[in-house]
Design a protein around this ligand. Structure first.
Ligand SMILES: [Fe+2]
Length: 485
């Protein structure tokens, strides 16, 4: 086993403008009516947009170790009657409240070692309690509550309107500290929700839930040495997992000599495991192998007319480089580079055999997404966050939104403009016109030093049809969702 060294660029090490979104704890705000900077809110945009991310990355004089360590804070923008209302609130996790009271970090995290004695660290690893559930990665909107998601623990339940934290949510079936993915998938036909969790013993749990997240069925698959499965795809009657060749260097982690982010190793001689699961029975249908790669995010999957499964994902050559990039993002000083490309894989789901696996978009991109109605179904467009034309990997945060068309093979892109930085672009269905969709993107305008919510017509991908000013700077976030009115 060898560990790939991160690629280092020779660019200017002065901080890039987007770091301003991270340099101070983001202030809460709202509910407040949002100023329309340009255009108007589409009449069919009715509902609420939610996005999760890291609101603060420091405590006292100490900086968090990794972007993933920040405390979760949720942005809500509600749309009704041509007006928009914004709210931004921290998730009041037990860790957030304890560290706020202490004025210092008290827990370990993805990129941080436990600050207390070794016996507490070991006890906490075995029994829970030494790692902070940051509730910072994504959101899932249910009928009567919003879930703030963090993949290594229980969700947190929040009020859909006020974002008041209700508390950790076992959903009536999760055990204390049991993992629940930040990338659950909702079947647009049945409303059923599928999620996963990976535990410290490297066992992959798969949960099949109803639309209210009540458990219908669960199963567990041993993964042996792999501790990280961030996302997966639904493809018709299947769930498909592409599991990268990662290993955990467990002893330094156990001895509190390394944090999780530094204990994960890349096995470049290893293979990517492809596991196909029947999503009704949750039984393994097949298992295949492919060359090694790493993806945080899958886009979508479906079953083709010939019975093959097609899926896409943002593929990196390995884990180590992109992990370093993500560690450096909040500082605005990028020394590492990692190039994500959109790939499309086809496999025989019964045999687990790869039929083809190719790069369809050779542009540095991430956060592949499809409309919610297309999850698990045949689809035409995958939306990604990507670099502007001419920007080299490692020189800037993403400043463009792309739409890759699988029917034509063409890329349509929207340039957010120099000095403007995007986040995951969420596709939202119009409530009045089923053929119309909108792309919602939280954009940091570095010249005005202001965060804005931009709305694009997903069909034309032209200038934003509406720009809304947020009353405070919202750090570049991770993932969002939409709940129609
Ligand atoms: Fe993610």
């Amino acid at each position: 086993m060898t560990v790939a060294a991160p690629l280092k660029s020779s660019i200017d090490k002065s901080p890039q403008p987007w770091h301003k979104t991270f340099e101070a704890p983001a202030p809460e705000f709202g509910p407040v009516n949002l100023e329309i900077l340009s255009g108007q809110i589409p009449a069919g945009l009715q509902g609420a947009f939610y996005q999760n991310g890291t609101g603060r990355l420091e405590r006292g004089s100490q900086a968090a170790g990794h972007w993933f360590d920040g405390d979760g804070a949720i942005l809500r923008v509600g749309f009704a009657d041509g007006k928009a209302t914004g709210t931004y609130r921290y998730v009041q996790t037990e860790g957030y409240k304890a560290e706020s009271a202490a004025g210092k970090y008290l827990y370990s995290n993805y990129g941080m070692r436990y600050p207390g004695p070794l016996w507490e660290h070991v006890w906490g690893l075995l029994k829970g309690g030494s790692v902070k559930n940051s509730a910072n990665t994504s959101v899932l909107a249910l009928d009567h509550k919003l879930l703030a998601l963090w993949e290594a623990g229980n969700p947190h339940s929040l009020d859909l309107e006020t974002l008041e934290t209700i508390g950790e949510a076992s959903l009536g079936w999760l055990k204390k500290n049991q993992s629940f993915s930040a990338h659950p998938l909702r079947d647009p036909l049945s409303g059923e929700i599928y999620s996963i969790g990976v535990n410290a013993l490297c066992q992959l749990s798969i949960y099949r839930c109803d639309a209210a997240c009540n458990l219908i069925k669960q199963t567990m698959i041993p993964l042996k040495s792999v501790p990280l499965v961030h996302s997966f795809v639904m493809a018709g009657p299947y769930l498909v997992f592409a599991i990268a060749p990662l290993k955990m260097n467990a002893l330094p982690l156990l001895l509190n000599q390394k944090c999780y982010a530094d204990a994960i190793q890349w096995d470049e001689a290893g293979e990517t495991r492809l596991i196909v699961v029947d999503r009704e029975s949750l039984e393994v249908v097949s298992e295949g192998r492919a060359e090694p790669w790493f993806q945080w995010h899958c886009g979508n999957g479906c079953v083709e007319p010939d019975g093959s499964v097609r899926l896409d994902f943002a593929r990196f050559d390995d884990f180590i480089a992109i992990n370093e990039v993500l560690r450096e993002v909040p500082s605005g000083r990028m020394e590492s580079t990692a190039y994500g490309r959109l790939w499309s894989l086809r496999l025989d789901p019964k045999a687990g055999k790869v039929l083809s696996n190719e790069c369809v978009l050779d542009r540095d991109c991430e956060f592949p997404l499809v409309p919610a109605a297309k999850v698990g179904q045949p689809w035409q467009h995958t939306y990604v966050l990507m670099h502007r034309d001419g920007v080299k990997t490692g020189e800037d945060w993403f400043g463009a939104i792309g739409r890759f068309d699988y029917e034509t093979g063409e890329l349509k892109q929207v340039d957010l403009g120099a000095g403007n930085y995007g986040s995951e672009a969420l596709h939202v269905a119009d409530t009045l016109d089923p053929d119309q969709g909108w792309l919602l993107d939280v954009v940091y305008h570095s010249v005005a030093e202001r965060s804005e919510l931009w709305v694009f017509d997903a069909l034309t991908m032209g200038e934003p049809v509406c720009r809304l000013a947020l009353p405070g700077t919202v750090p570049i976030g991770f993932h969002g969702t939409w709940q129609a009115a």
